[in-house]
Design a protein around this ligand. Structure first.
Ligand SMILES: [Zn+2]
Length: 542
């Protein structure tokens, strides 16, 4: 095919894509509920332009149930084909900020936002500013379906008052039994696909939402169908709970034709250059470092945090992100949790331009030392067992409890981390002590910071930590890696080390994206590329 002909076809295809959007009137709008109020919170409306049901999804009505709003933030990006999808992810924003169920500073009888809605059309109206604003919003949009995302503190299956246990509705679908039974059963089945422990299976609560709850008010006063989807926050990572919400919502939205395929694996919007999409692993082998890293990423106004579990370590999900972060805990347990397939997916993600940050356990994981390592950084680890006289056999990686260590940031480190002193004190907890490995397939690392003091319990450890690299960077394929042995996420003044590292490893992916966009080939809305043969194909490099 001659070049002008190819250009013509390309233009036609782009024009056709544009026409689809225009002729069907696809629209995405974002607005603010309670604009100007201290608790104001965003809402998002996706209108397919095709006749179909209006669905309202609410999250975060209770502020200590984070999976609801995190999942709502993910679901709002799903590509709808029919009707309207309206999402208010963080209804009780103050409560979410303070991780409390209630509305902070509300009058005592109005504290529980989900008990402030009208029982019947002619009954007392909503109580309190937030309920009133949400109710007016619901009345205005007159949804056919309402899905309210919540969490319980315990598993409903094992916490029934009938068994003498304190009641909880965790891990259940609450709806009015009858016609909705078949779809409710399918929703519960989808959630249960993620469950291995029989005591944690989801139940059907056919009695429906309680009076004065938002969902019940939508049923009684607006004639909507409504369900409350509940996960359980006890002992379960957020990545699992958001996955369960997505799985349940995906079944329901497919059932009513708003989406036309299973969207549970869509966590993030198509990448743009406005916000960095950061996935933090929260599965087995992660410790409290994880929560501190979340706070750092959540607080950065150019980053969006998503929680990733073992089930999310697939090429399809990872490619939705700019950067993946593996926190402190146990490197070998994290490696085991994500398995060989997951490790391959992470390597492929970095190889094709993604960024990797490993902190402490995550730094062990990205080394090239162990048979479970990711082999992203050309580093050996000081480890192994030694016989200590009178003490027996001791592991050399274990240097005792938390310690404050002197660290010196190099010029290369300062260029990446920005606003951090050259000499700092950093928290340390048995992070890897590394040296160059000479792995034939890996480039040398660059030192971004040195340990200038050390911690240890046994004589053979003396002198092995001081003046060794604390933070290093390296390239892997088209991607970048930063390995952080200590824990800067525990010290506020050192947070720029984490955010600077994330921005630096993301830069590679971002640069590639800009160059594709500049060539005019990247269709952001569909993440499709127009290939030289005039076909639309999925992008795997982005
Ligand atoms: Zn709740």
């Amino acid at each position: 095919m001659c070049r002008p002909a190819f250009r013509l076809i390309t233009l036609c295809l782009l024009a056709f894509g544009f026409c689809i959007n225009v002729s069907f009137g696809q629209r995405h709008d974002t607005g603010i509920l309670g604009e100007g109020k201290p608790w104001q919170t965003p809402y998002h409306i996706q209108d397919s332009g095709v006749e179909g049901p209006t669905v309202l999804i609410t999250g975060g009505i209770h502020g200590n149930e984070p999976a609801g709003y995190r999942a709502a933030e993910q679901i709002r990006h799903w590509p709808i084909v029919r009707g309207k999808l309206i999402v208010v992810p963080r209804v009780n924003r103050f409560g979410l900020d303070q991780n409390t169920r209630f509305i902070p500073n509300a009058e005592a009888e109005q504290q529980d936002l989900n008990r402030n809605f009208p029982i019947q059309p002619n009954a007392e109206g909503p109580r309190g500013e937030i309920a009133l604003a949400l109710w007016d919003f619901a009345v205005e949009h007159d949804p056919d379906w309402v899905i309210d995302l919540h969490e319980g503190f315990e598993f409903n299956l094992t916490h029934n008052p009938a068994d003498g246990k304190k009641k909880s509705v965790g891990s259940s679908v609450i709806y009015c039994g009858g016609e909705l039974d078949p779809i409710a059963e399918r929703i519960v089945d989808a959630a249960n696909e993620t469950v291995t422990d029989p005591d944690r299976r989801f139940s059907l609560l056919r009695r429906g939402p309680v009076d004065t709850s938002f969902a019940r008010a939508c049923i009684n006063c607006l004639g909507a169908e409504a369900m409350i989807l509940e996960t359980t926050f006890k002992d379960q990572p957020l990545s699992l709970r958001t996955r369960q919400h997505r799985a349940m919502a995906s079944v329901l939205l497919q059932h009513i034709g708003v989406i036309d395929h299973d969207c549970r694996d869509i966590l993030a919007p198509p990448k743009s250059n406005e916000r960095l999409l950061v996935g933090c692993f929260d599965g087995p082998g992660t410790g409290s470092s994880r929560d501190h890293l979340w706070s750092v990423v959540d607080a950065a106004d150019d980053m969006t945090l998503h929680h990733l579990g073992s089930a999310d370590m697939t090429p399809e999900i990872l490619k939705q992100f700019d950067v993946v972060v593996f926190p402190g805990g146990s490197g070998s347990k994290q490696a085991q949790a994500i398995g060989e397939e997951g490790r391959r997916a992470v390597r492929e993600f970095v190889n094709s331009g993604g960024g990797y940050i490993g902190v402490c356990a995550g730094a062990y994981l990205c080394s090239s030392h162990y048979d479970w390592s990711l082999n992203l950084i050309n580093a050996s680890v000081f480890t192994g067992t030694r016989e200590i006289p009178g003490q027996g056999s001791k592991q050399m990686w274990y240097r005792g409890g938390w310690a404050d260590i002197d660290m010196e940031i190099t010029a290369a480190g300062q260029a990446i981390f920005g606003d951090v002193n050259k000499r700092v004190t950093v928290r340390y907890s048995n992070g890897p002590i590394i040296s160059r490995k000479d792995h034939p397939d890996l480039e040398d690392y660059r030192v971004l910071a040195w340990f200038r003091s050390e911690n240890g319990l046994w004589e053979p450890q003396q002198g092995t930590m001081i003046d060794t690299p604390a933070i290093v960077s390296g390239g892997f394929g088209n991607g970048r890696v930063i390995s952080v042995s200590p824990h800067p996420e525990y010290t506020e003044a050192l947070h720029p080390i984490i955010t600077g590292a994330i921005r630096w490893v993301a830069d590679q992916a971002r640069t590639r994206r800009v160059s594709v966009e500049r060539r005019g080939l990247f269709d952001r809305a569909s993440t499709n590329l127009v290939q030289p043969r005039g076909e639309l194909v999925g992008v795997s490099i982005l």
